[in-house]
Design a protein around this ligand. Structure first.
Ligand code: G3H
Ligand code: 13P
Ligand code: ZN
Length: 325
């Protein structure tokens, strides 16, 4: 009998991560909330022949409706196979699941991977909820990502004032006791478009690669995940500001550092904010230059095209996943 996610034509992360680890690249994990974002992600990954993880947060799940999401995922896979003639592996992942019930519901409705984010709980509570999710998900061969250490940043559902770096002394015990398939760690990235407090012209502080190295030593060959990995592409921040927006001092993780991370045990790199910036910048530009335009296809269409271009660029020049499907 087929697993719920196999019915949708999806795969879990097992093979993807194995190949990424061996090939020294990272699988892109792009967030989506609507049709245009999903089309751009699948289109960009098909064109660059990259495996992909498409992920939804609990906020995205509420926004898009869970039934709609199921059919969107099915539609995306079919579009990819039939219309784009591409066989790239596609994984549908729950981003920052915060309860066992939410993770279970996603497993039941066809997700091939879930994250249980217990990073805000005590260590023992994090272990308990993560283990429970793993025990359920693994019955259906669904992959589970856990998290140790807290990322700063303010999102719909993900909110923390201060970050706490992952303690490498805990990772072995956590992985052993929970049975997770991958581990998100905190090495200085954060969610959103304002990742570092730097004055114009100043460079951002490097990520804590020393912590990543320590984690790799404790967990040789184990897939590591980096959240908060948008570069906050300045071209689009400037476009937003030029066309009436206000995003002062928005900065992200330099691409060079992500390239370095992708060559290590980091097998999955999460990118949401960059996609939001691209879409917003293009829509603002169209609105400013064509104030009489009121057909959503005329601004969502160019936004989708630009997002697809950025995804191809990231897969090719940052994550190294292009051509690896
Ligand atoms: O890590 C969080 C993602 O960027 C999702 O954000 O909760 O606003 O959908 P969201
Ligand atoms: P960014 O805000 O840097 O895009 O991070 C996204 C993320 O980590 C989703 O889980
Ligand atoms: Zn995240």
């Amino acid at each position: 009998m087929k697993r719920p996610y196999e019915e949708l034509g999806l795969v879990n992360t097992k093979e993807m991560f194995k190949k990424a680890m061996e090939g020294k690249y990272a699988i892109p994990a792009y967030n989506f909330n609507n049709m245009e974002q999903l089309q751009a992600i699948i289109g960009g990954c098909a064109e660059s022949n990259s495996p992909v993880i498409v992920q939804v947060s609990s906020g995205a799940r509420k926004y898009a409706n869970q039934t709609m999401l199921y059919w969107m995922a099915k539609g995306a896979v079919e579009m990819c196979r039939k219309d784009l003639k591409s066989n790239i592996p596609i994984c549908l992942h729950l981003d920052h699941g915060d309860t066992f019930e939410l993770c279970k519901s996603c497993v039941d409705s066809g997700f091939s991977s879930v994250m249980i984010d217990g990073s805000h709980l005590s260590y023992e509570e994090n272990i308990a909820v993560t283990k429970k999710v793993v025990e359920y998900a693994h019955q259906f061969d669904v992959s589970v990502e856990g998290e140790l250490g807290v990322l700063a940043g303010i999102e719909d559902a993900v909110s923390a004032e201060k970050h706490t770096y992952t303690d490498p002394n805990q990772v072995e015990d956590f992985v052993k006791r929970t049975g997770v398939d991958s581990l998100a760690i905190s090495i200085g990235t954060s969610h959103g478009a304002y990742k570092f407090k730097v004055k114009p012209g100043e460079s951002v502080p490097p990520l804590r690669f020393d912590i990543l190295d320590e984690v790799e030593k404790r967990l040789p060959g184990f897939p590591i995940v980096l959240h908060g990995s948008s570069s906050v592409l300045q071209e689009y921040v400037q476009m937003i500001n030029q066309y009436g927006g206000k995003m002062d001092n928005a900065v992200g993780v330099p691409e060079e550092q992500l390239r370095k991370a992708a060559k290590s045990a980091v097998c999955k790199i999460n990118i949401d904010s960059d996609g939001r910036l691209v879409v917003t910048a293009i829509i603002r530009k169209v609105f400013a230059e064509q104030p009489g335009e009121f057909d959503p296809r005329k601004y969502l269409g160019p936004a989708r095209e630009e997002l697809k271009k950025v995804i191809i660029e990231k897969n090719t020049n940052v994550l190294g996943s292009a051509g690896k499907a």
